[in-house]
Design a protein around this ligand. Sequence first.
Ligand SMILES: C[S@@+](CC[C@H](N)C(=O)[O-])C[C@H]1O[C@@H](n2cnc3c(N)ncnc32)[C@H](O)[C@@H]1O
Length: 225
Amino acid sequence: MTKRKLERFAENATFSHFFQPSWEDLQKGFPLKGRWLADYFGNQNPIIIELGCGKGEYTVDLAGRYSANNYIGLDKKGARMWRGARTTKENSLLNVAFVRIKVENLTEVFAVAEVDEIWITFPEPQLNSPKAKKRFTSPQFLKRYSQILKPGGIIHLKTDNDFFFDYTLGVISESGHTLVYSNPDLYSQTSDPEVKDVIQVQTHYEKIWLEKGLKIKYLRFILQQ
Ligand SMILES: C[S@@+](CC[C@H](N)C(=O)[O-])C[C@H]1O[C@@H](n2cnc3c(N)ncnc32)[C@H](O)[C@@H]1O
């Protein structure tokens, strides 16, 4: 482990907006599950979560622009999340939290219908078919989301990966979910009002893929009840 990583882990532990429950903690019952609004945010505003948030660019940027929403970034890698957690502190944002967990354990952290919206930003496509169930838009993951999302809650996906985009469109169609909007090349239509808001912020990986000339794809959908 590098010194820089250790320093970041140590600083994460000092942030009151950074949570890293162990598996044992989750088994005992995560105290904020079902209590995020009452015991953490102290308001009744919508909760929007970002899965695989990495450095948390989306979480932090959206929180700054939309102060009437609460944002929670989740990832399994604490050293990456440190960047977003640090910026949250530097910008004195009160509507942000970060939770270091595996997305597989989402239902241990959020209660039924506690979440209003989900963002999935540049997930790993898990191309080998034995890993299909590890894809963040596989039926297995969508089942977890259905347990924590309010009815009609939107799921947003941004990806560079053609296979992952088509795979997700297939899952949506086969499972009877509702595709609300789909765009295979966001940056070719930057004046489209639908697109403008979605490209206001670029994640770390989004910048890398854009520099390589890849097309950035976006869709949003609603789970069938
Ligand atoms: C390609 S990176 C994208 C990061 C960020 N969203 C971005 O666009 O820059 C994928 C992220 O998903 C996280 N991740 C992958 N599998 C995960 C899992 N099962 N649970 C939590 N995080 C996961 C990784 O740690 C990584 O930060």
